[in-house]
Design a protein around this ligand. Structure first.
Ligand code: BDR
Ligand code: CA
Length: 325
């Protein structure tokens, strides 16, 4: 199995991603770290533990991380994800205790341990939330880089945004953190894939299929998965809902399901209407974004521009349904 760590702001679609990562036999989920984003970090922590309980994974350590962005006040997205951040479902809260370490310390320990092993043991880091924890990690403990196989993050967009017309929520929430992560990855030679809004909404599950998952009402992982989709259908109307963040986990499991281009990406930190936008340079000649102000070459990252939506929706459904369908 591929060793993975998720950094989340659970979050209805983070919950979908956690179920996939916790249940798929080809993934070895080593830890989950929490950050404030969709909801305040304590709600995120409680939701994350609840999802892992439903997946019967009490073995996975879960740690609390940054409460707020590096520079600005937090602006959550409970109008999208419900008051508790995870759909206000009628679902028992976990009584499990989190790991006593701060998220950044748990990440450090897991990644340094991987760095001491062989190449195959390196960890794929999957941030699905504002990048605050990851920025703090890479600047505080750069030696973790040799324990990272790659970073596949949900965030940004080559085209339009969602939090604002130009910025995607995770990057908009903490633009400085996103800029630091891209900068640190260039310095530390870490491969990065951006699974952004250009592909994020496409893999979807129908309302009727969701009903078959929830039918047993048995508080299983499948039951939770069905209710998460049903919540979104209710809230936004429509005959289906996106699996959202779970698509980034699919991109690790089945990389051929996305078309990527290697492109320079920077984060806009100023701008009246564009703060938090990821500027993706799609010009086909060498542009100013391929070098820093000192003339030093800056590496590009893989940007997901198209997704086989049916393939990823099926991968998610097959995994979370546990043979129910
Ligand atoms: C991202 O923002 C959050 O609302 C979702 O969980 C996802 O990570 C999409 O912009
Ligand atoms: Ca998220």
């Amino acid at each position: 199995p591929i060793p993975v760590v998720l950094d989340v702001d659970t979050g209805v679609d983070d919950a979908c991603a956690l179920l996939l990562a916790a249940l798929h036999p080809s993934l070895d989920l080593r830890a989950v770290t929490c950050v404030g984003g969709n909801a305040p970090v304590d709600a995120v922590l409680a939701n994350t533990l609840t999802v892992l309980d439903a997946a019967n994974r009490p073995d996975v350590p879960v740690a609390r991380g940054a409460e707020r962005p590096l520079l600005e006040e937090p602006v959550d997205a409970r109008h999208v994800h419900g008051q508790d951040g995870m759909g206000d479902l009628d679902w028992p809260k976990s009584t499990r205790q989190p790991d006593p370490r701060h998220a950044v310390e748990l990440l450090r320990d897991v990644l340094l341990e991987a760095a001491g092993g062989d190449q195959d043991g390196r960890v794929t880091l999957i941030p699905l939330a504002p990048l605050t924890n990851i920025a703090l990690l890479l600047r505080s403990y750069p030696a973790v880089a040799s324990g990272i196989r790659e970073i596949v993050f949900m965030g940004g967009a080559a085209e339009v945004g969602n939090a604002t017309a130009s910025a995607e929520f995770n990057v908009f929430h903490d633009p400085e953190a996103a800029a630091i992560v891209l900068d640190a990855c260039a310095d530390l030679d870490i491969d990065v894939t951006m699974y952004g809004l250009d592909v994020f909404y496409a893999p979807r599950v129908g309302r009727e299929v969701a009903k078959t998952l929830s039918a047993p009402g048995d508080r299983s992982a499948a039951d939770l998965a069905g209710r998460l989709i049903a919540f979104q259908c209710e809230r936004f109307g429509g005959e289906g809902a996106t699996i959202g963040d779970a698509g980034a986990v699919c991109a690790v499991l089945e990389p051929a399901g996305v078309r990527r281009e290697r492109l320079p990406v920077r984060v806009e930190l100023a701008g009246t209407w564009s703060r938090g936008r990821t500027i993706v340079d799609r010009r086909d000649w060498t542009g100013d974004m391929t070098h820093d102000p000192h003339g030093q070459a800056r590496s590009s990252i893989d940007v997901c521009l198209e997704v086989d939506a049916q393939r990823y929706a099926t991968l998610w459904l097959d995994t979370v349904s546990g043979g129910l369908r």
